[in-house]
Design a protein around this ligand. Structure first.
Ligand code: NAP
Length: 247
């Protein structure tokens, strides 16, 4: 169970480090200088949580350079993305190496939250690889305080709920409510739900969508991807209006 409360708006940073194989509109990768400025501006704005992953290219390194210690950071293990292609490694050794790399890049001895980052065959990975057990053992050893699953299917999310997950990152928006039963089951177990693709990769109205999601008490926080300070300021205003005590 995850005791710590996260801010209800988490900055999703895939666009900070990667440009290929994304569902969001095409964008240009920020330079190192632009990325550093943007991270500092997000912190100054009042954003207190970031979501990253080895699969987000330069994102982890860029956050590690500037993120202050009071910022909560979630990262992932299982997928990397190089030269426009995703690669997966769910072996025990692969997961351990990924965690050590995240600690180094994020400049943190202990990570806050690490999700297993799985592809379409999510349930198979959970049932037939060493990845989940390796995460549980790493948590026991203090490598991170919490673990979670960022998966695709409700079946995989349900498996994680039965196997000691602290958090789930699930797709959820006005067009995709495939995880509705999972939201109920997670609430019953005090497992925190973090929403991804809440704006359907930018297709839905940001303010209406955010308000709709944050009015749902089963959702702990929404991860919104953006490279725009103005957009995140608008998102923060909506989040603070709906949940003044959690943003
Ligand atoms: N498997 C996984 O683990 C996984 C998969 C997908 C996503 N995620 C996480 O979830 C995050 C979000 O997912 P996502 O990027 O796919 O989708 P999303 O949050 O649904 O949409 C992101 C898009 O919305 C736009 N946007 C944000 N705020 C806006 C506003 N106020 N007004 C207008 N447009 C706005 C952004 O454009 P601008 O840059 O122009 O603001 C961006 O292109 C990712 O960054 C990542 O951290 C994880």
């Amino acid at each position: 169970m995850m005791k710590k409360q996260w801010p209800c708006l988490v900055w999703g940073t895939v666009k900070l480090g990667r440009t290929t194989q994304l569902r969001t509109p095409v964008h240009t990768l920020p330079s190192d200088t632009e990325a550093e400025r943007l991270v500092l501006q997000m912190v100054a704005l009042g954003i207190r949580a970031f979501d990253t992953a080895p699969a987000y290219g330069a994102s982890e390194t860029r956050l590690g350079v500037t993120a202050e210690p009071h910022i909560s950071i979630s990262t992932k293990a299982g997928e990397t993305h190089e030269q426009g292609q995703s690669h997966f490694d769910f072996s025990a050794e692969g997961v351990k190496q990924s965690l050590a790399r995240s600690q180094a890049r994020l400049k943190r001895e202990q990570l806050d939250l690490v999700y297993l980052h799985v592809h379409d065959n999510d349930l198979e990975i959970l049932e037939h690889t060493e990845a989940w057990t390796t995460l549980l053992e790493a948590k026991e050893a203090g490598v991170m305080t919490h673990i979670g699953l960022s998966g695709k299917s409700p079946e995989a999310a349900r498996w994680a709920l039965k196997h000691h997950t602290d958090a789930l990152m699930v797709p959820w928006n006005q067009k995709d409510q495939s995880h509705t039963d999972i939201l109920d089951e997670a609430a019953a177990r005090n497992v925190k739900i973090f929403v991804k693709k809440g704006l359907n990769s930018g297709e839905l109205s940001a303010s209406a969508s955010l308000q709709w999601m944050l009015e749902d008490s089963r959702i702990h926080a929404v991860v919104v991807g953006s490279l725009s300070l103005k957009h995140m300021q608008e998102n923060l205003e909506v989040a603070r209006a709906v949940r003044p005590n959690q943003c």
